[in-house]
Write a protein that binds this ligand. Structure first.
Ligand SMILES: [Zn+2]
Length: 112
């Protein structure tokens, strides 16, 4: 028989809250996590913010350490992009030529 807790004290904010205010977890025998949803969410948010910072800093440091790689990367990116732009321009030009041809054909037909 499992004992269902109706109320529980949060290990973080130390407020007694209803069981529904805690996330269910299979890791703990009571089936409820030790910290309430609010505290867990806040903690998750904080953790993510902290990690994002770390990640961002690492990225910045990396870029500072390897400026040549960054240059090469942006060059590669530009080249790739240029290809796409050129391809788009080519397509556009082709469409324009086709439209012009169609227009000429039409005007020729109406002139007759
Ligand atoms: Zn709490």
């Amino acid at each position: 028989m499992t004992v269902k807790l109706k109320k529980k004290i949060c290990s973080k904010c130390e407020v007694v809250k209803a069981a529904s205010k805690f996330y269910k977890t299979w890791r703990i025998r009571s089936g409820l996590s030790s910290a309430c949803k609010e505290c867990q969410n806040a903690q998750k948010k904080k953790w993510r913010a902290a990690n994002w910072d770390k990640e961002y800093e690492a990225h910045k440091r990396y870029r500072k350490k390897h400026p040549e790689q960054r240059l090469a990367e942006s060059k590669r990116y530009r080249e790739k992009y240029r290809e796409i732009i050129n391809e788009k321009a080519r397509l556009k030009a082709r469409v324009k030529v086709r439209a012009k041809r169609a227009e000429a054909k039409k005007s020729r037909a109406t002139n007759k």
